[in-house]
Ligand binder design. Sequence first.
Ligand code: NIG
Ligand code: FE
Length: 422
Amino acid sequence: MSMAILIKNIKELLQVRNEEELKISGAGMARLPGIKNAWLLTEGDRILDFGRMEEINRLSSLLPEDVQSIDADAKMVLPAFCDSHTHLVYPGSREIEYIDKIRGLSYEEIAKRGGGILNSAKKLHETPEEELLESALERLDEIIGFGTAAVEIKSGYGLNTLDELKMLRVIKSLQDISPVKIVSTFLGAHAIPAEYKGRQEEYVDLLINEMIPRVAAEELADYIDVFCDRGFFTVEDTDRILNAGMKYGLRPKIHANELDYSGGIQIGVKYNALSVDHLEYTGDAEIKALLHSETMPTLLPGASFFLGLVYAPARKMIDAGLPVAMATDFNPGSSPSGNMQFILSLGSIAYRMLPEEAINAVTINGAYAMGLSEEYGSITKGKKANLIITKKIPSYEFLPYAYGSDKVETVIIDGKIMKNNE
Ligand code: NIG
Ligand code: FE
């Protein structure tokens, strides 16, 4: 395929990195390297080259005949967002249950009454695969519009072998159909199903003896997840499940410390998790465990915002030298939005992250948290041509600042224009 796009007169090309930079940590997060007044050339699905407009002459030797030219005309270009934590395959929404939340019940109280994840699991059981696929495709189309081009999707509304496999097969179909890059995570340990109430260990046995081997045999998941938190799975459960997953080569990406100091962060690091996610309850011991690990601390400010939880101590984590990624957690219960532009804003509004830190968290560090940062998440020669061209904005600092409005004009995925609001 020889399709090529030349973008000229870019006001600023953002997040320009060399290929060794796979994640950005600590003080480094406050830097956002870029090129002012730039051009960028794609070829096929890759970034071929880029540079400064003053040196555009050297382009002539590179240009293929069928190049499509775009005049960015004072707009900015950055890598498309990498959303490393979602549950965007789900049946129906849960806005009625959210009324109980508005009236004062907590997320945990709603869950204890059979609402929450168990409510979605019941609906999922009754929903045909086709319908799940349709609604998930609509959500993927929506998030492309917001500027996302790589996303992780979890199972976890099945909670029995057949329904978990059904969810994972839907994710697999999405991988085949959608232009978005998708990685898949098995989250059988999302909640204890109603019929296992009081027999939690037996459900963990089922996960280990039946579900994990089937998921691995059908090669349906890249990663394994456990909701390790108060009222859900214990550290001991998590230890057993991750140990079983490891035997099948499933690296963990886990839900940890959303509701309490659960020990989830430490157990994740023990199993060399690619990421530990949520982290509202993170203290000195947790930060110490994460330092010098390969595990990406991933924050989901949408869940704190929507449920009124405390926010993760992002500032403290970055100041301690840790990298941080941010993701939407797109799901019907705790964060019913897949808008990474809003997450970027929450990074600054709620976590007090600098614009540069927030942009690093939703691009390169998000890519790392999916195991994709060798090909996604930055402007680097040879990486995938997954790009956002912004609307006319005064500066990149405007991106987190102007919360709630759409700053994305054009989205390019694998070298093809997917959204164009010009
Ligand atoms: O990441 N915390 C656990 N799981 C999801 C919520 C899923 C749901 O409520 O449906 C989360 O917040
Ligand atoms: Fe989640």
